[in-house]
Design a protein around this ligand. Structure first.
Ligand code: ADP
Length: 745
């Protein structure tokens, strides 16, 4: 009993068979710290393999499937890692000097096992661990229905309630309320005019054609019919114009707001989003709002009013017959409800396929050189074809469902009309006070009644795609920027450039630290180098200084103020950042340099580009500073792009300048030029250089050596060389490489 109660507390219920084995090994529920399940055996067949950790042991116990049992001492496991293979992956443990496979699982569980590794590491260090953390669903799936989401922890479109979304859309219409009211009034008039022709037909048949009581009315009735039609046409024109105007204004507004919001969101949002997906939101999703206003004005609301007006007329002419007309209505309601539930997930899949194609096109077309250089055109064509086939299938599925639904609804409606023909015809023949004119008017109203009803039934299709689209837009609006300025953020228009890291710990995933307990200090005006192996966390340090992300533990101070308290506008404006691949816009060279300070004079541009050592090469270009750069600066070399990037940063005259691997992708001559520029650049400002080539840093005041997220050495070049540590080894290695290169040359 006691075991059962404790088992309940565990997030995954360990089956009895596994418990039996655990008891044999002398373990009880209180010993178990972590548990999770893998779903394959080593041959790749489906299985249920339990991984159980106590604070001393790691046990692998199969519940279903053939699998080896393991009972490993935690202290003997030096490291755990995931080895990826095609379609599946292995969890490996390093024991002595070798990695051994301990379980195999499908790729869907990789996220879970990467978290398991982190928790096991904490367990080994005697820190508290959480089972729930391991087994919590991937943040990009809905925890309720499992539907893949577009962003981490986004609201699931299937589980979200539709009502509040529609309400929010209506709130968006508020600034256009006066136009909406005018459209509503015009619609009322239009509906009234719609009801006139059948009534006039009744008078025409009863008073003119059958009884010939008022033969002279013929001409006036026809004139009245023409006038009603003409007025209706005019009103429809005005309603159409107004709804289109309001629709385009709303999409214009939305696009502006959306773009502003995207600019406000922090860098971590863009880590999760693909450019293609965001572009779809700008194009088709925003356009859906235009569709909504048009539909609401000319379709949905008009139809609703028509149904009410015609319904009244039907009851007014003959209440008994009107009831017959209503017979198919519940079936229509049921059909619509059924259809709604069916079509909604399909629409989501359709959008997902569209977004995947945009994403794919975006990536492949921007990387077209790589595709061609590796002769992968055929492979990309095949990938595109398979995505296009998915889109085709999703589109077809929605289309086929609509095609099946329509005729069924038409059939249901026509049955109502046939009942009226029979019962109404009988009433006319038996002279029950029901005239031929009334029957004809009734039948006209009946046909007019079903048309908007059938459109209303199809509304569900349209509403469902609209709700999905608006949902995605609101999702962006609802995303809170992770890094927001506090209302009393400190304004610092003149930063001196003193930087201090105090016990900083940070990970892009808060549970997987990349920067671990880092402390250092940089005085204003110092030139500081950051070196280390690739992946050691150098760029992450830079990202933290720019406050693209917030630290999880510790603090970063600039001029003695915590950067979380500094106005981010002041902070970023005074940090010049030059990246390894500076992004150049499709604009002239001058415009690219001016990007951070559009008000700079031409003399200032010249000074900046001279200091960045790029003036000479720009002057040799056919159009000089006016040369219009193509996509990503195609047409000029890597080193030249780099120097334009430096000039751009310099023009802002930032008190803090950061060059992140800015010299690593250029040839020796360009590097020399950049280095010469650097000597001038770093005067009177704090300069941080993340360098791959250590020769760049000979004159640095301080060099920080980063290894696995920690600062392992710090000092100037000579001090570090004397120390004969990691820096020394890196320098020696580069020297060897350079001498080999020289020999080859
Ligand atoms: P370096 O600049 O030393 O080459 P980085 O700071 O770029 O190293 O990366 C350190 C680690 O952080 C790497 O393991 C990398 O995979 C990871 N990393 C970098 N950027 C991100 C990101 N945006 N999201 C998640 N992980 C990241």
């Amino acid at each position: 009993m006691e075991v059962a109660a404790e088992m309940e507390n565990n997030s995954q219920k360990i089956p009895e068979g596994v418990w039996a084995k655990l008891r044999e090994k002398g373990l009880s529920a209180s010993d178990i710290k972590l548990n999770t399940v893998a779903d394959l055996d080593f041959t790749g067949n489906p299985a249920e393999i339990w991984i159980i950790a106590t604070d001393k042991r790691l046990l692998i116990i199969p519940q279903k499937g053939m699998h080896e049992e393991f009972d490993l001492q935690l202290e003997k496991i030096k490291k755990l890692r995931i080895r990826a293979s095609i379609g599946s992956a292995y969890l490996q443990a390093k024991i002595d000097e070798f990695f051994i496979d301990i379980v195999r699982f499908t790729n869907g569980l990789r996220y879970k096992f990467s978290r398991f590794i982190v928790q096991l590491e904490l367990l080994k260090q005697g820190k508290p661990v959480s089972d729930e953390y391991i087994n919590e669903p991937h943040p990009m799936t809905c925890p309720v229905c499992g539907l893949p989401l577009q962003t981490e922890r986004a609201v699931c479109p299937r589980c979200a309630r539709q009502g509040p979304i529609l309400f929010r859309v209506i709130v968006l219409l508020e600034p256009y309320l006066h136009w909406v009211i005018i459209v509503l009034i015009l619609m009322f008039i239009s509906v009234g005019l719609n009801l006139v022709p059948p009534k006039l037909t009744q008078i025409l048949v009863d008073e003119v054609l059958t009884t010939r009581r008022h033969v002279d009315w013929l001409i006036w009735i026809v004139v009245a019919l023409v006038s009603a039609e003409l007025t209706r046409a005019l009103i429809n024109m005005v309603v159409g114009t107004l709804t289109t105007s309001v629709g385009t204004l709303i999409t214009f507004d939305l696009r502006k707001k959306l773009f502003r919001k995207l600019q406000e969101l922090s860098v971590d949002y863009y880590d999760q989003q693909s450019v293609g997906t965001l572009m779809t939101r700008f194009s088709s999703d925003v356009e859906a709002f235009h569709g909504f206003v048009t539909q609401a004005g000319q379709g949905f609301l008009l139809n609703l009013f028509l149904i009410a007006g015609i319904g009244l007329m039907l009851f007014f002419i003959n209440a008994r017959l009107a009831f017959y007309v209503l017979i198919p209505v519940p079936l229509v309601m049921f059909g619509t409800y059924f259809f709604w539930n069916r079509i909604y997930p399909m629409n989501f899949k359709l959008w997902d396929s569209q977004a995947k194609i945009s994403r794919f096109l975006n990536i492949v077309l921007s990387g077209i050189r790589v595709v061609k250089a590796f002769a992968q055109e055929e492979k990309e064509i095949r990938r595109f074809e398979s995505m296009a086939a998915n889109l085709r299938d999703s589109n077809r599925r929605v289309g086929i469902n609509v095609a099946k639904f329509n005729p069924m609804m038409t059939f249901l409606f026509s049955t109502g009309g046939l009942i009226v023909w029979y019962a109404g015809g009988k009433a006319v023949l038996e002279n029950q006070g029901f005239t031929l004119g009334q029957l004809m008017a009734f039948l006209s109203y009946t046909s007019m009644f079903y048309a908007p009803l059938s459109q209303m039934a199809l509304m569900s299709n349209w509403v469902s795609s609209f709700v999905t689209a608006s949902h995605r837009i609101f999702e962006i609006f609802d995303t809170e920027p992770q890094l927001k300025d506090s209302p009393n953020a400190i304004r610092m228009p003149h930063i001196k450039g003193h930087i201090k890291f105090e016990h900083v710990t940070f990970g892009y995933d808060p549970y997987q630290p990349i920067i671990k307990d880092v402390s250092f200090e940089i005085e204003p005006g110092q030139l500081v180098g950051i070196v280390g192996k690739s992946g050691s966390g150098k760029t992450t340090l830079v990202n933290l200084i720019c406050r693209f992300y917030d630290v999880q533990e510790g603090a970063i101070y600039i001029d003695g103020k915590d950067i979380r308290d500094i106005s981010s506008y002041d902070l970023r404006r005074q940090i010049g950042l030059v990246l390894q691949e500076p992004f150049l816009f499709r604009a002239s060279i001058a415009e690219n340099i001016l990007y951070g300070r559009p008000d700079a004079t031409f003399k200032e541009i010249l000074n900046a580009s001279k200091a960045a050592n790029c003036h000479d090469f720009i002057m040799k270009l056919p159009m000089g500073y006016d040369l219009y750069l193509r996509e990503h600066g195609a047409g000029i070399s890597g080193g030249e792009k780099q120097r334009i990037g430096i000039a751009r940063a310099l023009l802002c005259d930032p008190p803090i300048l950061i060059l992140d691997e800015a010299t690593s992708s250029v040839d020796t001559e360009s590097e020399k030029k950049i280095q010469d520029a650097l000597a001038i650049l770093c005067k009177n400002r704090t300069t941080i250089v993340v360098a791959h080539r250590l020769s760049t840093l000979k004159d640095a005041d301080k060099i920080l050596v980063v290894d696995n997220g920690r600062i392992v050495e710090s000092g100037n070049h000579h001090q570090l060389m004397e120390k004969k540590g990691i820096y020394y080894r890196l320098v020696m290695m580069q020297l060897k490489l350079t001498s080999i290169e020289t020999e080859v040359i």
